[in-house]
Design a protein around this ligand. Structure first.
Ligand code: TYM
Length: 333
């Protein structure tokens, strides 16, 4: 890329609502790291999003700092990227309000994540859970992002962000860049090791279904050894072999091997060998992350200096977009 050529903007965020999972890492965070040299990258801890589900205050504070250290340990480099905390930058809540008035009830009712989460938290179907995709749209649009690296489960939310941006631009001229999702070919949907029809999620009731970024090697190996497979005893990617397909996806995503190569390498071998190989590959991928995390999390002052600096830049950039949008709507600035 020419030095004079303006780099495209990448924006993405993650909820600090518990430990980060292998799904978060392979579906999103690993790409955040890879994109840092080629793009102007802006990443956030979406802490405002987490209170759509009730949080325990002390645990929430700890989760935010742990998640900040974890993402840095994955390789998000604050010298290259802006990595801030959403609730520290007030423009997010403000633009969300404005955009709420440009988003239809019917559009939000169609969001599959809202339907899933309201079924799961039937005792707390709050308005925030419903309007959550609008806050997310605002996150992206504030930074005029070109690309948004996410896992497949966020695709519908990105499409909504595009629709809101296009609608607003249609009324007021070019205010927002219409962003594009950036979803990896491999690893966009990592499934539970115990129920491969459900996505791997920190809220999985079965602890063996979800691998956490900071799990120790023995725990990781144990979870992979217990992973659900099938009775065919043949490592191949095919319809109906959801457990094996998921393990192949994880293995391919970590090692870079194609499915064909994996099938050749494990021809005539049983699932025991295959599960051990997947477990070992994941252990090696996560080992340096865990080691870096252990060091980073001890240095709270350093972490704070990183997010304070990033918060300030994020506020500056996002204030420009917020100001422009509010002026177009008719607010006196
Ligand atoms: P969150 O915190 O649920 O997940 C963070 C990222 O991880 C991806 N992901 C997965 N990818 C593959 N397999 C899985 N099992 C898996 N589970 C999660 C998600 O797709 C996501 O990319 N609403 C967002 C956070 C957010 C955001 C934003 C994202 C807030 N504002 C603006 C992009 C842009 C969320 O809850 O992600």
């Amino acid at each position: 890329m020419e030095a004079t050529e303006k780099k495209e903007v990448v924006f993405s965020a993650i909820q600090p609502s518990g430990t980060i999972t292998l799904g978060n890492y392979l579906g999103a965070v690993r790409n955040w790291v890879k994109m840092q040299d080629e793009y102007n990258c802006i990443y956030a801890l979406a802490d405002l999003h987490t209170i759509t589900v009730r949080q325990e205050p002390a645990k929430m504070r700890k989760n935010i700092i742990d998640a900040y250290a974890s993402i840095m340990a994955c390789g998000v480099d604050v010298e290259k990227s802006i990595f801030f905390i959403q609730s520290h930058v007030h423009t997010h809540a403000e633009l969300a309000w404005v955009l709420n008035c440009y988003t239809q009830f019917g559009e939000l009712s169609r969001m599959t994540q809202f339907k899933d989460k309201s079924a799961k938290h039937a005792d707390n179907i709050n308005a925030g859970l419903f309007t959550y995709p609008v806050l997310m749209a605002g996150d992206i649009l504030l930074y005029q992002a070109d690309k948004v690296p996410v896992g497949a489960d966020q695709k519908q939310h990105i499409e909504l962000a595009r629709d809101i941006a296009a609608r607003f631009n249609g009324l007021y001229g070019d205010v927002f860049k219409v962003p594009e999702g950036f979803i990896p070919k491999n690893g966009a949907r990592v499934m539970s090791l115990q129920n491969p029809l459900n996505k791997m999620s920190k809220s999985d009731e079965n602890v063996n279904g979800c691998v956490h970024l900071l799990d120790d090697p023995d725990t990781i190996m144990r979870k992979f050894k217990r992973a659900v497979t099938d009775s065919e005893a043949c490592v191949r990617y095919a319809d109906g072999k959801d457990g094996v397909n998921n393990l192949m996806t994880i293995y391919s995503s970590v090692t870079g091997l194609s499915f064909e190569q994996i099938e050749r390498d494990f021809e005539g071998k049983g699932y025991g060998d295959f599960k051990a190989a997947v477990g070992e590959a994941v252990v090696e991928e996560l080992r340096p992350i865990r080691e870096r995390y252990e060091k980073l999390v001890k240095d709270k002052a350093y972490l704070e200096s990183c997010y304070r600096a990033a918060d300030e830049i994020a506020l500056k950039i996002s204030s420009r977009t917020l100001g422009k949008a509010m002026k177009k709507v008719g607010f006196v600035r």
